[in-house]
Write a protein that binds this ligand. Structure first.
Ligand code: SF4
Length: 141
């Protein structure tokens, strides 16, 4: 059975938290201005059409909460567009809608504030999906 959360991995030790600060610094330089990265440590940008889902006020990782208004605005902040509405629109533009059917693991808060890049290298989290093959574009679960 597939893991639904990253909880089976050992927790980060004190040394491991200190060591990657430099990497996270460079990761922040790239991802904060470009994607408004919230430093969740479990990056799912590649499956959300390169829009950070963690800008959702409810930090939803697998689609909208259900409160999205008819005009596509957010339930919590009606003056903003729902992050997941924007993800869907861009996924269609980029032909990446099939990736929205993927299950993103429940967030492991122990990884919050850590470097996603290092977490990929250490195989704590899955690698990003850069390309969607033609036969996967209309993939359904
Ligand atoms: S690491 Fe998390 S918060 Fe940062 S861009 Fe990726 S999904 Fe968003």
């Amino acid at each position: 059975m597939r893991d639904i959360a990253t909880v089976n991995k050992p927790p980060l030790g004190a040394n491991e938290r200190r060591l990657p600060r430099l990497v996270r610094f460079f990761e922040d330089i790239v991802k904060v201005p470009l994607f408004r990265c919230q430093r969740c440590g479990e990056c799912i940008l590649s499956s959300t059409a390169f829009i950070c889902s963690q800008n959702c006020p409810k930090r939803m990782r697998n689609g909208p909460c259900g409160g999205t208004r008819d005009d596509g605005s957010c339930e919590v902040y009606p003056d903003r567009a729902c992050v997941w509405y924007k993800i869907y629109v861009r996924s269609r533009l980029l032909n990446r809608v099939s990736l929205l059917y993927r299950f993103n693991r429940i967030h492991n808060w122990n990884l919050e504030g850590t470097s996603s890049w290092l977490n990929v290298l250490r195989k704590r989290i899955e690698s990003p999906i850069w390309f969607v093959r033609d036969d996967q574009r209309d993939m359904r679960p």
